[in-house]
Design a protein around this ligand. Structure first.
Ligand code: NDP
Length: 456
């Protein structure tokens, strides 16, 4: 069977890819389980060399991969190039990990005590459609560095770069069978992976609803999970902030990838004193945004991923107070204009739910204490920004906001070198940063007695 993959900018067929069922998951797990012990036994330097070769392979084919990602996701080509550069950087960064999986020696009585970080065995990785190759790399690279075998299930909407990653890994010298990509539906193939007793961990990125289901199923088997889930992140703009930078930065901070970004700052709290000035800047930024063909070098925002997703975004905005919108092509393709909602209450569905589209709510506030409480009134806690010239206030706010990735005077959220993940219903565990490979290991403690024979 094959799966038809669409190009969101046109709605046309982009590719046909092999489509598997739940039985194929079992075969993939068996293949990974057969290949894993030999990979575990290779030297740390060998693993490092293979990971570096994968990084080189990605870099050598970067333009091809970026164009594929741009066409399949609808991501502007400039952003896609950045995303693929991030994939190479992720493999390069974790190439250092096999030689730095350091254990401890622990002072104890009557002997020597030491710890080892053992690979889990076979791990299942489930990824979404919004940044397909980057998010796959965040999981594949540290899992390989720690010595695991892998079954990777990409979203059925965007499987193309995961299949390319599998090819590049083989060309780079990764053993046959160690990384297996299975393309199929979430409910059949994804569930089979979660339920498979040979899979020791699920690392998942996607919606909170599916993350909750995975966590429940994994719980029955005491299977390890890492969950990177949804968000409704806030940006707080104080009166002393650089208002132009805070407003124009939203082009990336909430309209980037057409808002299909778990870290999108979709609630912007602005001090009432500067609200009108901020809205003027935001109107300029929104109406000037270049929305169109993802392969056009000047494009800043592309289409939504699918007709179904556009219907969801539309149904939210139909019932909301639109202050102003940018432009979007008429079609074909799944277009939606960048949209600013104001005035709007905190408990409006658009200010409460993750819309996952280019839609931002602007909400005035009067005091630091009040805005802190309002920012935290959400079940999510992934990301956020504070805009102010007052360093003490910036730090107070950053510490008080319940979120895993905060930025001051910036909309940045993700760097390979720093831990990433959510508070509350935005997730469980962390990815990226120096500790990510540890999440694909078990810690083993070994005690060696140094007593003389016969000594009690
Ligand atoms: P989904 O949760 O629907 O899907 C994510 C992945 O899980 C896909 O590969 C999907 O397969 C698979 N899947 C679906 N149902 C199941 C199931 N029952 N068991 C196992 N796997 C399943 O999310 P989307 O792909 O729609 O992505 C958008 C969502 O992801 C947003 O809510 C967003 O916030 C969140 N997200 C979070 C990120 C983070 O880092 N916190 C980053 C990116 C996105 P298929 O699609 O093939 O059916």
């Amino acid at each position: 069977m094959t799966d038809t993959v669409l190009e969101p900018a046109t709605g046309a067929v982009l590719a046909e890819v092999p489509w598997v069922d739940a039985d194929a998951v079992d075969r993939a797990v068996q293949r990974a389980a057969s290949a894993q012990p030999a990979w575990q036994a290779t030297s740390p330097a060998h693993k490092a060399g293979v990971l570096l070769a994968i990084a080189d392979g990605v870099r050598a084919q970067a333009e091809h991969l970026a164009r594929l990602e741009a066409r399949n996701v609808g991501m502007p080509i400039g952003d896609a190039r950045g995303s693929i550069a991030g994939v190479a950087q992720t493999f390069r960064y974790y190439a250092a990990a096999p030689e730095r999986l350091l254990g401890m020696t622990i002072p104890v009585a009557d002997g020597v005590d030491m710890t080892f970080h053992e690979p889990l065995g076979v791990v299942g990785l489930i990824t979404p459609w919004n940044f397909p190759m980057a998010i796959a790399a965040w999981k594949v690279a540290p899992a390989l560095a720690a010595g695991n075998g892998i079954v990777l299930k990409p979203s059925e909407l965007t499987p193309l770069t995961a299949l390319e990653l599998q090819r590049i890994c083989l060309e780079a010298g990764l053993p046959e069978g160690l990384l297996n990509v299975v393309v199929g539906s979430g409910t059949a193939v994804g569930r089979a992976l979660v339920n498979h007793p040979g899979v020791r961990k699920i690392a998942f990125t996607g919606s909170t609803a599916v993350g909750r289901e995975i966590s429940q199923r994994a719980g029955d088997q005491i299977k390890r999970v890492t969950l990177e889930l949804g968000g409704k992140s806030a940006s707080v703009v104080f009166a002393d902030a650089d208002l132009s930078a805070a407003a124009h930065g939203l082009v990336g901070g909430v309209f980037g990838n057409a808002g299909q970004d778990c870290c999108a700052r979709s609630r912007v709290f602005v001090h009432r004193r500067v609200l009108d000035e901020f809205l003027d800047h935001l109107r300029d930024a929104t109406t000037a945004l270049r929305v169109g063909d993802p392969l056009d070098e000047s494009t800043q925002m592309g289409p939504l991923i699918s007709a179904q997703h556009r219907s969801k975004v539309t149904s939210y905005v139909n019932w909301a107070p639109v202050a102003f919108q940018g432009t979007a092509p008429d079609g074909p393709g799944f277009w939606f204009p960048p949209t600013v909602l104001h005035p709007i209450e905190d408990d409006h569905p658009c200010a409460r739910d993750e819309i996952f589209g280019p839609v931002v709510c602007v909400l005035p506030f009067d005091s630091e204490a009040e805005v802190t409480q309002r920012v935290n009134t959400t079940p999510y806690g992934l990301s956020g920004s504070v805009w102010t010239a007052d360093v003490a206030r910036a730090l107070r706010m950053a510490r008080a906001i319940d979120a895993g990735a905060l930025a001051v005077n910036s909309y940045s959220s993700v760097r390979v070198h720093t831990p990433f993940g959510g508070f509350k219903e935005s997730g469980l565990g962390r990815e990226l940063g120096p500790d990510a490979p540890l999440a694909y290991t078990e810690t083993k403690n070994v005690f060696i007695s140094t007593k003389n024979p016969g000594e009690s």
